[in-house]
Write a protein that binds this ligand. Structure first.
Ligand code: NAD
Length: 479
């Protein structure tokens, strides 16, 4: 079996005939191959999207909504098939892959529900013989670029609002996770989208990314990935003044006050740090503990890490944490942990690879918790994109907020307290796109999501996401 690209309504290989292997991170075996796209394929996909744009943009919102609801229904029916592909290529436990695939269907329904409700304004003007209108027009061809950690939800976050707004799309998934995405796109396309409305190209970002991002016929880039890649995309996009939304890295702080519910807070911390083997943009990445509860919290989170996160192949029953996605990714997290330990940090849980034959061929790592981590160490200052958590002790809320903000990132954040005044202060002062109070870091379709500082700009989720795919035009009517 070989997976294809979708260009102008056809499933095709690369014009060069080249392919890429996609490997299972749990055992290194080849799952499938995909076409290795080149500049010629990028051109073909962008041309197809540009050609399809005028008709798609002028189709009624109600018709676009109907197609998208139908796509949601078909994706939902295919969740078992899509989820298995996702586990095989990405490594995450099957139950979590099912959750992720299901979110695509929900997201399509959410934006389908808005597709026929887009409208502008009537604006009275001073001159009695004139009035103003604002129209909202789709921006045009969108290039959507997604990473490997949540390939499906991050694809849906872009494709669904783009289609609802009347834009056409060229999607490039990460080259290590193209399979579940391609299958899902083919299902969405199969409901009768006009040829060229939705296209994919596959291949390493380093090779075809630049061509996609700097293509003259592209009007908007919706990117999720590392901050360094985002900076490069922003530079390239400047050449044609192409619009960008950038969803980048994060190092989310969690503050735990002395009145917090420690049982619930540690449960949320464990999920927030170890879900998806810690490879999540929104994740608990630094914990700041008030002294009075620090020992109890550390004991409980270490216990949870050691007992509640069984590691293994994502297809195996009972596994809660799969392998890291690549050998390089595990090496990076191990190096960050080693740097902290070398400089005096204490390992409270994990800190190594699990032992046994079943782990030999995959990129596994234990759920890890560290304390006494120096504040200028890599774990404190960089994004840790894996299952390793540093905990720090602070004297009060001011110190916790100052340390939370001492990061170049500003994606998510959370605080655990029963004191509304503390919660309000944290919500107002933490520099981030999201603050949860006494809750687990879960993003909602209804609420806009996006970063501050070097975590990027522009919103996904919520009605606000549509703003990234629409332009307001002012019209004056005189009579
Ligand atoms: P990455 O930046 O390496 O790759 C992301 C995508 O960009 C891939 O499809 C890749 O092929 C492509 N790419 C690479 N170079 C490119 C170039 N020059 N031009 C165009 N495209 C290029 O990121 P990753 O390692 O796959 O993902 C992990 C990162 O993503 C983490 O930093 C994580 O925090 C971040 N992330 C952010 C969010 C968010 O919403 N803010 C969500 C998930 C992940």
């Amino acid at each position: 079996m070989a997976t294809s690209m979708l260009i102008a309504g056809e499933t095709v290989g690369a014009k060069s005939g080249k392919t890429l292997e996609v490997r299972n991170p749990a055992n290194g075996e080849v799952v499938d191959t995909v076409p290795k796209g080149s500049l010629a394929d990028v051109d073909a996909a962008v041309d197809a999207a540009a050609k399809a744009f005028p008709a798609w943009a002028s189709l009624s919102g109600a018709k676009r909504a109907q197609l998208m609801h139908e796509a949601a229904r078909k994706v939902k029916a295919a969740v078992p098939e899509i989820a298995k592909l996702l586990t095989l290529e990405q490594g995450k436990p099957l139950a979590h892959a099912v959750l992720e695939a299901s979110r695509v269907s929900e997201n399509l329904d959410y934006y389908a529900g808005l597709a026929d409700k887009l409208r502008g304004d009537y604006v009275p003007l001073e001159d009695a013989n004139k009035f103003g209108l604002t129209l909202r027009r789709p921006v045009g061809v969108v290039v959507a670029i997604t990473p490997w950690n949540f390939p499906l939800t991050l694809m849906a976050n872009k494709v669904a609002p783009a289609l609802a707004a009347g834009c056409t799309v060229v999607l490039k998934p990460a080259s290590t996770t193209p399979l579940a995405t391609q299958r899902t796109i083919e299902i969405i396309n199969s409901v009768g989208l006009p040829a060229g409305v939705l296209n994919t190209v596959h291949g390493p970002g380093g090779e075809i990314g630049d061509a996609l991002v700097s293509h003259k016929k592209v009007n908007k880039i919706a990117f999720t990935g590392q901050t360094e890649t985002g900076k490069r995309i922003m530079q390239l996009a400047a050449q044609n003044v192409t619009r960008v939304t950038l969803e980048l890295g994060g190092s989310d702080p969690m503050i735990v006050c002395d009145d917090a519910d420690i049982r619930r807070a540690t449960a949320a911390t464990a999920i927030g740090r170890f879900f998806n083997a810690g490879q999540a943009c929104l994740a608990v990445k630094r914990v700041y503990l008030f002294e009075a509860i620090a020992q109890e919290f550390m004991q409980k989170i270490a216990d949870r890490a050691a007992k509640e996160w069984p590691v293994g192949d994502g297809l195996k029953e009972g596994v809660k944490m799969g392998p890291l996605h690549t050998e390089r990714q595990r090496a990076e997290v191990e190096a960050q942990v080693a740097d902290a330990v070398k400089r005096g940090a204490k390992v409270l849980a994990g800190g190594k690879r699990p032992e046994g034959k079943e782990f030999e061929k995959g990129w596994f790592m234990e759920a890890t918790v560290l304390t006494d981590v120096p504040e200028d160490s890599r774990m404190a200052t960089e994004e840790v994109f894996g299952p390793a958590l540093p905990v720090f002790i602070v004297k009060d809320l001011d110190e916790a907020i100052a340390k939370s903000n001492a990061s170049v990132y500003g994606l998510g954040s959370s605080i655990w307290t029963k004191d509304l005044a503390k919660a309000r202060k944290a919500a107002e002062q933490i520099e981030a796109g999201y603050t949860w109070v006494n809750d687990i870091q879960v993003a909602y379709d209804q609420l806009p999501f996006g970063g501050a500082k070097q975590s990027g700009f522009g919103k996904e989720h919520g009605i606000e996401a549509l703003d990234g795919y629409l332009e307001k035009k002012s019209v004056v009517l005189a009579y």
